[in-house]
Design a binder for this molecule. Structure first.
Ligand SMILES: [Zn+2]
Ligand SMILES: [Zn+2]
Length: 465
């Protein structure tokens, strides 16, 4: 048997296997119903047809083969667009722009969409771009797909032809991959617009890496209205996951994240005469230690919480000088909105109380960051199943909950959302560096998989109305 062919094997009406390459899938029974109309198939014998099956049985296999063919079509389109999408990714990678400064990136995306013939609006949420691809019956169902487009203040250390040309700025979180993939999705879905019903809203979102987050600004501007999507998909690179694999996790996925700024004031003086000073370094040390009790003694042990201080500075000070002031900067992350509020109040009260009891004062400021990200269970379960159909079950994994945060979480608070991970690592080729490092890079085959899978998810969900 030609294993590369798309074939249909029938065993009566009860069992039907589809062979496509090495994949074997059993379709749901409802897909078999139309066979009953075909008298020549009322048989218990096994029949094997080779493609194109619809040529053998015009009409009969059309619906079924079109489902198979759709997947093949998307695969073929993703493969044929791959070189141009790699070129787009490399252009973006070599011209990274920081959050809220993505002027050229926004223009570049708009230029590409114009080339593809896709209607879009520019300067959304700053420098974002929002495009619409309408299929048949555009109002029937609307879904949104999102890619972020900003870079980080990191100097790239990779020696590659597409190395960052903007000194000190680098696409070290894969947002170039997300944007290029979504442009690939745009091309694929636009090519297939006669084959789906509904509308796909493409959101090229700025400023994911910096508070208050481009997502919150876009939502405030109404990106989830006119037309209102029923739900939203987003993907993110994961270098720890090998290229070819993807990760879906229903439910809680990523943490909320708040920035904490403390300013501890005392009274400076000679280090040899502490009795004449109020030592803010000692006060800060007490506060730092005590605040960890918020996590260890007040948080529900079943609710993940993290408190980390990554910066301590003193205004002046030396081995023999007590400074006037010490500042501390940290982050608090968790998965429960009520607890998030309570923890912030407790931290403030504790820090101010300790400072006061030691004769100093403490200014406590919280800058609210992103909420926690919860993937809609039903949507993510369906998407995972669609991913299995597209990539095979061996290539679909369930990633762990992460204490990192994402402004995609803002969408997940408004409409059902599914944020999934795209494997981009390739240890055999030395592509293993984590995101936010100066040696981060991806296996660019992930672009083919990223655009193909997202197109497949969109088409399947539009079908699933
Ligand atoms: Zn990042
Ligand atoms: Zn990112």
């Amino acid at each position: 048997m030609n294993r590369d062919a798309v074939g249909i094997e029938l065993t009566g009406l009860k069992r039907c296997l589809f062979l496509s390459g090495s994949q074997i899938q059993t379709p749901p029974v409802k897909e078999l119903q139309f066979f009953k109309k075909q008298p020549e198939m009322q048989t218990e014998e096994v029949k094997i047809f080779y493609p194109p099956a619809q040529r053998l049985f015009p009409g009969c296999c059309q619906s079924l083969t079109s489902k198979i063919m759709l997947k093949e079509k998307i695969r073929r389109l993703a493969k044929s667009f791959h070189p141009s999408i790699v070129a787009i990714r490399r252009h973006l990678h070599s011209h990274p722009e920081l959050s809220f400064q993505e002027v050229e990136t926004g223009k570049f995306i708009a230029t590409k969409l114009r080339e593809f013939g896709i209607a879009h609006e520019v300067n959304r949420g700053g420098h974002g771009v929002v495009a619409l691809i309408q299929g048949e019956k555009p109002g029937k169902k609307i879904i949104a797909l999102r890619a972020d487009m900003d870079a980080l203040p990191i100097s790239e250390a990779n020696d590659v032809p597409y190395k960052s040309q903007n000194q000190g700025v680098m696409h070290a979180c894969g947002h170039d991959v997300h944007t290029a993939s979504l442009l690939g999705v745009a091309r694929i879905l636009y090519s297939l617009k006669d084959e789906f019903e509904g509308t796909v809203k493409l959101i090229f979102q700025p400023a994911e890496e910096k508070l208050p987050g481009g997502a919150s600004i876009l939502i405030e501007e109404g990106v989830l209205e006119n037309p209102r999507p029923a739900f939203i998909f987003g993907q993110h690179v994961l270098p720890g996951l090998e290229v070819g694999k993807v990760g879906f996790r229903p439910g809680l996925f990523m943490a909320s994240s708040d920035e904490i700024y403390l300013s501890v004031k005392g009274k400076g003086g000679h280090g040899a005469l502490p009795q004449n000073s109020i030592d803010p370094i000692l006060i800060a040390a007490h506060i730092l230690t005590a605040l960890q009790q918020i996590v260890s003694r007040h948080a529900n042990p079943l609710t993940p919480s993290v408190l980390t201080f990554g910066k301590i500075n003193s205004a002046g000070g030396a081995t023999n000088v007590i400074p006037n002031e010490v500042t501390l900067e940290g982050t608090f992350r968790t998965f429960d909105e009520e607890w998030r509020e309570e923890a912030q109040l407790r931290m403030k009260k504790m820090a101010e109380g300790i400072a006061e009891s030691m004769g100093g004062s403490c200014q406590f400021e919280i800058v609210r960051g992103y909420p926690f990200l919860k993937n809609d269970e039903a949507l993510t379960d369906r998407a995972r199943q669609f991913a299995v159909e597209y990539l095979g079950s061996e290539n679909v994994v369930e990633p762990d909950v992460r204490m990192t945060s994402e402004d995609f979480a803002f969408y997940s608070q408004k409409i059902p959302a599914c944020f999934y991970r795209l494997g981009t690592g390739n240890p055999a080729r030395g592509i293993t560096s984590p995101v936010h490092t100066n040696t981060f890079d991806v296996d660019e085959d992930s672009l083919r998989i990223g655009m193909g899978l997202m197109s497949w998810l969109a088409m399947k969900e539009l079908e699933n109305s």
